[in-house]
Design a protein around this ligand. Sequence first.
Ligand SMILES: C[S@@+](CC[C@H](N)C(=O)[O-])C[C@H]1O[C@@H](n2cnc3c(N)ncnc32)[C@H](O)[C@@H]1O
Length: 502
Amino acid sequence: MDKSIGIGEVFTPLKWAEWLINRWAIFEAWRDGAHICDPTAGRGSFVRALLHIARRKGIPITPERLSRLTLIEVNAAHLAWFRKNVKQEFGIDFPVSQFFCQDVIMESHARKYDILVGNPPWANFGDLPSDYKTRVKPFFLAEELVPDKQQLLLGSSRIDIAALILKIVLGRLLKKSGVGYFYLPISLFFGDGAHRGFRNYCANQRNFAVDTVYEFTSSQVFKGVNTLYCCAKFRCDTRQTFPVSYFRELSGKWTQHKAVPFKDSAGPWRVVRHLNELDTDPRLDIHLSTAQTPRQGVNTCGANGVFIFENKPSDLPEEFLYPLATKEIWRQDASSFPRKWILLPYHQQTGKPMSWHQIQEHTALKDYLESAQEVLQTRRGTLLRSVIDRGYWWALFGVGPYSFAPFKVIWEAYGKSQFRPIVLSCIGGQVWQGNQSMHAFIPCWSEDAAQRIRNTLENPEIPMLLRQLNGAGKCNWAQPGKIKKILSFRESQDPQKNKAYA
Ligand SMILES: C[S@@+](CC[C@H](N)C(=O)[O-])C[C@H]1O[C@@H](n2cnc3c(N)ncnc32)[C@H](O)[C@@H]1O
């Protein structure tokens, strides 16, 4: 890696480095002889915090004690900053033997430690610089974080590099039964799909177990960071058992909860106050055809300004304009008054984008799309690029035959804590569309089927389980993958049956 590139640089404020150190008596362990390493040390917040605590407590910072503090960091400038700061603050020449300017993923490190502490970089695989992505890919596969390369490119690109670094350092840098303490994105424990591979609790053929987690809900440890985070204690060479001690910050206090995996040991965690709450398990048997798999709404891939309208445009052909769901539909019965419209230059029967030749038959549509061609052609995203490269620069994501089913059982999927599926059909012959990840839906081809599915989904145990899965108020509240998982959908490949169910 270009050692000046900042990957996931979110430095821990000194105050919070001390907080974590005090929570788990890491200072006392160091004072009494433990070897400690921050494997992605940045400017060394945790080591500086240890030095501050020593000074406050009047514990001498001896050369022997310094020889038991190690910093690994890919960016040499951060280590230089640390060295200068420690010299200024403490008058200490921090021993150079304790610095390793290296990439902890790709370069080997010979020493082993009793304790690892830190805050590994937070960045989605998909957001890494492309040459680094190529080089780091084999390590994601080796650590079993994704089953194959294709998955890394597709759904698992949301996997966090913190998951990889954590597995690498727990598996390679800890002495027998060593412990690790880290600030982490909370998705490692609750993310479905992308983080399952982390939850095999095995790194470099060594078991590791999550011992305790503290979930921050109001304290601003990392200001301006959108990611939801926690801190956790890990123990190596120990099998994972459940429940895990789980503390959640509620009204300024830590309340004790318990976390257990959902469905299988690698499943996302459910968090409850008492284990008897785990009896919640809707396991609703819903008959659905493969064509009715739950979906997210339509995604313009960053071109809302081109495809979405506050008022129905009178100059574009009506047959390509569809009512777009907005929150008002769930607040009041606004389903006969769309607040927004979306342009879909698609065939309703096939769910495929129209060809340019066909678009040219509608002069107003052609002129409109051409006026936005540059914006549409420069949209980003691996999958979208492959469609654009095939010439369909007017394409959107999340459009298929299901988008044009005459009925949708649709719900708000993002950032909510209520689960309210409703049935939507058409306005002036045009079917309602969901908006990106804000909405999820099950397409239906008869009103009866839609009402039946809606009635089944109204089970109050569903939102209860969604809350236990830590989704309330979060982006993955009731996303299609999650709903698919919590219900026992019985899909059928048989086209006859498909018809009957739909
Ligand atoms: C989230 S910051 C945390 C730094 C420090 N532990 C703290 O808590 O303030 C992560 C650091 O990891 C470094 N980093 C990123 N990838 C790395 C790698 N592969 N090997 C070593 N360090 C890395 C970044 O340069 C950054 O300084």
